[in-house]
Design a protein around this ligand. Sequence first.
Ligand SMILES: C[S@@+](CC[C@H](N)C(=O)[O-])C[C@H]1O[C@@H](n2cnc3c(N)ncnc32)[C@H](O)[C@@H]1O
Length: 217
Amino acid sequence: MSFTGKMISISNRLTKKFRAKFYKDYPTSEFENKHIEHLVSLVNREELLHRLPKNAIVAEIGVHEGEFAEKILAITQPTKLILMDNWMLKSYPGLFEKVGKKFAKEIGTEKIQIIRELSFTGIQMTTDAYFDWVYLDTEHSYNVTRRELELLRSKMKPGGIIAGHDYLIGNWNGGMRYGVIESVREFCLKYNWELLFLTHELKIPPSFAIREIGYSK
Ligand SMILES: C[S@@+](CC[C@H](N)C(=O)[O-])C[C@H]1O[C@@H](n2cnc3c(N)ncnc32)[C@H](O)[C@@H]1O
């Protein structure tokens, strides 16, 4: 084996060992039929927005520069849209101000409310049983997503829908392992929720939507 080949082989072995150790606590329980029997595949998350309730009370958690928030506004016409993000990414300075400018009109009429907090704090600041649906798109790790889902549960109206981004194993280019699939699955099994929608983009990560079992579409 060449020197490069040897280096790659060592690197692969170390990576495998590290991964096995790091991810040993991820849940591995499988869905039952009831968790996916109403699942509908959609081509993309814009189509998902067309299927989510209109004139609703909504939150996007993880907003960045507000690109998807613009689509939420245009397609679903929410009566209230909470935009929650801590806007502290060093690589993107000025985003908070940019979002403020972009939605100045809607912030003025209180259709949009900005909560500049980390998700754990921000979610707890909202009213119980308040949201018709939310879209979760923060940092995608297992531990963070798991806690966000736990906190969101009491904030949803009965039959409310929790949707979110990055329903995939990880980010290949960034070398990051996500935990959205595992935390969503664990949440559904624990609280008797079902997958309603999964999207199928290739250029961006897929989105999911879940709801407690027993509510019709
Ligand atoms: C992928 S971007 C959101 C993109 C946006 N949803 C869209 O599709 O246009 C992720 C955002 O989540 C925010 N974020 C990351 N971790 C967070 C946390 N724990 N609490 C609040 N915001 C967070 C980052 O500041 C960033 O703006």
